[in-house]
Each structure stands twice: as structure tokens, then as C-alpha cells.
Design a protein around this ligand. Structure first.
Ligand code: DOR
Length: 423
């Protein structure tokens, strides 16, 4: 056995007190905790803290290039590491759109510039169509070679089923999946509020859950017909969960994500016209929340993602109808989803699968299972520390969150990437 350079002492991993040994940026071993001396090793005392593998977020908007006033790659990655994340995938709805390798290269260069000695890993998602216009396919081979791990038209779903089919075929040729934001473009797109009792009371045009589910159905049928993988973004409603479960039973190659806000909030949160509750797809009903939780438990929903969508204060401080959709999520995702474990709605194993194994396996990203040789990407977590979410406590430039002012429980105490302390 090579000699550990770093030893994390007496941390709790899966209910056991352990020592974690790290060498060359990799996991050497996780052993029952003892008082063994490891000469020359840096020792981190971690008694009482949980040892966690770093999380992966497959759906963020880091806004650079073009919208650095909302977020930059540096500020987004900073929020990510403080929030427990090591791998971040970022969407292509930048300006210019990430539809060619020059933009991808620039994104990767900015990440390197933010953390020259190594830091959170950025994996851009390439555009599915040029300028996200849904007219012409983007050069996916060029984008894949530059480092894009998947392709998506992001918040502007492809209207033409024919083009979407061709996009799936072309993407599959690169070995990278298509991520689809499922939203029928004719049923109140980006309304930001569910069609139902609350939208009627508020006098707002709402988006029905059918708008999501109809597109989910189309994508599932194509995935089966073409025998190709499709990943469905931010699933928000029961109808979609039912359709995905149906497809999975038939052996369709589909994976799906949902976000913390769809599990912790309902359309009721929109009653005060608060624009920080305006998100696309919109917050749904209690019945939808139940279906999503059940879908996580039975494996229909594979993974969490934040859909981190930072916006500037002046953009959200307008009438509900004109405000942009989006919730800033990287700072809060960990305590919010941990609250579901603490309340017994999800298990620790669900949590680990949803934030680490499933996203990393789906998108072929570095994964720490605490097995020898895995990247030493981990953080120490105090599940009992309570803190109040304020604009100042957030590392993201986007302070647009409906959880603002709330007391959250659970905090990253320190975070190590490839064995190096980064927080
Ligand atoms: O609420 C959202 N905001 N949903 C999306 O799909 C896009 C995102 C954004 O880019 O702001």
C-alpha cells in the first residue's frame, strides 16, 4: 500500500466512524477509525462530521459568456464548491450560444482561470441546434471534441419533431446523449405558474402539466423507436413520472432528473406573485410532489439537478408576467435535499444515487464511490448546523431564490477535490 498524504480522521460514512486515506489525489482506502499514526500525512480531524462524496449537477446555467452580470463561470463554480459539488454541467443558453468549439474552449478556459491549481470540473453542454433556433443542427462532433458531454436546446425546445429526431440520431453518433427540456411550445411556454387554482386566483395564464408530459411522451417514443438514449430535464409532474415509468418498463433508454424546488414547494408558493417562485417548468401541486418522491424511490427518476438559473435583482423585481423564469440553486441544493433525508422521505442511499452515482454514470463523469483509485473528491458535512439563507451567505451572484430568509440545516465544512482542500 502506498503511503497516505492525507488522512481524514473519525468522519462518519454510512453510519460508521472511519478514517479516509488519500494519496496522489485518489482514494487509497476507507478503514474503520483507529489511532494508527501515518507518518508525514496531513491529518484532518473530522469527528462528528459526515463524510460525503462530492455531488454532481448535470443542469446549471453559468451565464458566461454574455450574461456575466447574472453569474460568471468563476462565481458559479465558487457557489458549486461551497455547495458540495465537484462536477458541473452548464447549459448552452449563453451569448453567444455554445454552438461551436470556440465558445466551449472559452468556457473551459474561464474555469481553468478561476481555479488554476485545479478545482470544480466544468463540463459544458453543447447546443443541439445553431443559436438554439431549432432550425439547423449544431456541429455536435466539433462540440464533443471540444469537451461537451451532452447536447440540449435548453429552455427553447425543438418544435419540429423531424429535426428533434435527426438531432437525436446525430448526437448518438457522438456517443453523447440529448438532454431535453420538455415543454410544448404552444401551451403557455415559460408561464412560470402551473395552470390551476392558483393561476386562476392570480389572474395569470398558467402552463398545464400536459405541456411537459406531451413532450415527454414524444421523446420517449423517439427514444424507443430509434433505440437511443434521451435524458429528460427537470421533471415536475405526475403525468411525466407515469410516462417515464411506462417507458422504463418497456426498456426505453431514458434517464430523468428533478430539482429540489419541485420536491419542496408547490404552486401555493406563487400566491404572493413573488417572482422568485417563477420557474420553468412551474411549481406544481402536492399530488405532483408525491409522485416525484415515489418516482425517486422506485428509480423512475434517476437523479437530482439544480437547474441553477441565476438572474439579477433588477430583472426579477418586476411584474410576475414579465419576470424571467429561474431559481438560483447551487448554494441551497444540498441542505434542501438533505432535509428530505432528515425527514425520512428519502434514504441516504437515495441521496447518494441521485447526486453522485446516477449522474456520473449517465454522463460518464468522474465518480467517487470511496473505492481505492477513485478521485478523492469529498466534503465534510455538518448535518446539524443551522444557517439563515441571506444574499450575503450565497456565493452565486443570483440571489433569486424562494427560500431566501429561511433557516436551512446542514453545511459544507470543508471540501477536497482530487485530495486538495478547496473550501
Ligand atoms: O426557469 C428556468 N430558467 N428554466 C429554464 O429552463 C431556463 C432557465 C434560465 O436559463 O433562466
Amino acid at each position: 500500500m502506498s503511503h497516505p498524504e492525507l488522512v481524514v480522521r473519525k468522519a462518519v460514512w454510512k453510519g460508521e466512524e472511519v478514517d479516509l486515506l488519500v494519496a496522489d489525489g485518489k482514494i487509497l482506502e476507507v478503514v474503520p477509525s483507529s489511532d494508527t499514526m501515518y507518518e508525514g500525512a496531513e491529518v484532518i480531524a473530522a469527528r462528528g462530521l459526515l463524510l460525503m462524496p462530492s455531488l454532481t449537477d448535470v443542469h446549471t446555467h453559468l451565464r458566461e459568456p454574455g450574461f456575466e452580470y447574472k453569474e460568471s463561470i468563476a462565481s458559479g463554480l465558487k457557489a458549486a464548491v461551497h455547495g458540495g459539488f465537484s462536477n458541473i454541467m452548464c447549459m448552452a443558453n449563453t451569448a453567444p450560444v455554445n454552438d461551436n468549439s470556440v465558445v466551449t474552449d472559452e468556457m473551459l478556459a474561464k474555469a481553468k482561470q478561476a481555479y488554476p491549481a485545479g478545482g470544480p470540473r466544468l463540463f459544458p453542454i453543447g447546443a443541439l441546434t445553431k443559436k438554439l433556433e431549432g432550425k439547423e443542427l449544431a456541429p455536435m462532433h466539433e462540440l464533443a471534441e471540444a469537451g461537451c458531454m451532452a447536447f440540449s436546446n435548453d429552455g427553447v425546445p425543438v418544435k419540429s419533431s423531424e429535426l428533434f429526431r435527426r438531432a437525436m440520431e446525430y448526437a448518438s453518433d457522438t456517443g453523447r446523449p440529448v438532454i431535453d427540456h420538455c415543454e410544448d411550445p404552444y401551451l403557455e411556454p415559460a408561464a412560470g405558474v402551473n395552470e390551476g387554482e392558483v393561476s386562476s386566483l392570480l389572474g395569470l395564464a398558467g402552463q398545464p402539466d400536459v405541456a411537459e408530459a406531451a413532450q415527454v411522451a414524444r421523446d420517449l417514443l423517439f427514444a424507443e423507436y430509434l433505440d437511443m438514449h434521451v435524458h429528460l430535464a427537470h421533471i415536475s409532474c405526475r403525468k411525466s413520472v407515469d410516462l417515464i415509468a411506462w417507458a422504463k418498463k418497456r426498456g426505453v433508454k431514458v434517464t430523468a432528473e428533478t430539482c429540489p424546488h419541485y420536491l419542496l414547494l408547490t404552486e401555493d408558493a406563487v400566491r404572493g406573485y413573488g417572482t422568485d417562485t417563477k420557474v420553468n417548468p412551474p411549481l406544481r401541486t402536492t399530488d405532483d410532489v408525491e409522485a416525484l418522491l415515489a418516482g425517486i424511490k422506485d428509480g423512475t427518476i434517476d437523479m437530482f439537478a439544480t437547474d441553477h438559473a441565476p438572474h439579477a435583482a433588477h430583472e426579477k423585481e418586476v411584474e410576475f408576467m414579465v419576470a424571467p423564469c429561474g431559481i438560483s440553486g447551487l448554494d441551497t441544493a444540498l441542505p434542501l435535499t438533505w432535509s428530505l433525508v432528515a425527514s425520512g422521505k428519502l434514504t441516504f442511499d437515495d441521496f447518494i444515487r441521485m447526486w453522485t452515482t446516477a449522474p456520473c454514470k449517465t454522463f460518464k463523469l468522474p465518480l467517487n464511490r470511496f473505492i481505492p483509485g477513485d478521485p478523492a473528491d469529498f466534503f465534510l458535512f455538518d448535518p446539524n448546523e443551522e444557517w439563515i439563507l441571506t444574499a450575503e451567505s450565497m456565493h452565486s451572484k443570483g440571489k433569486n431564490t424562494p427560500f431566501m430568509g429561511q433557516t436551512l440545516k446542514g453545511r459544507v465544512i470543508s471540501h477536497f477535490l482530487s485530495g486538495k482542500k478547496i473550501v
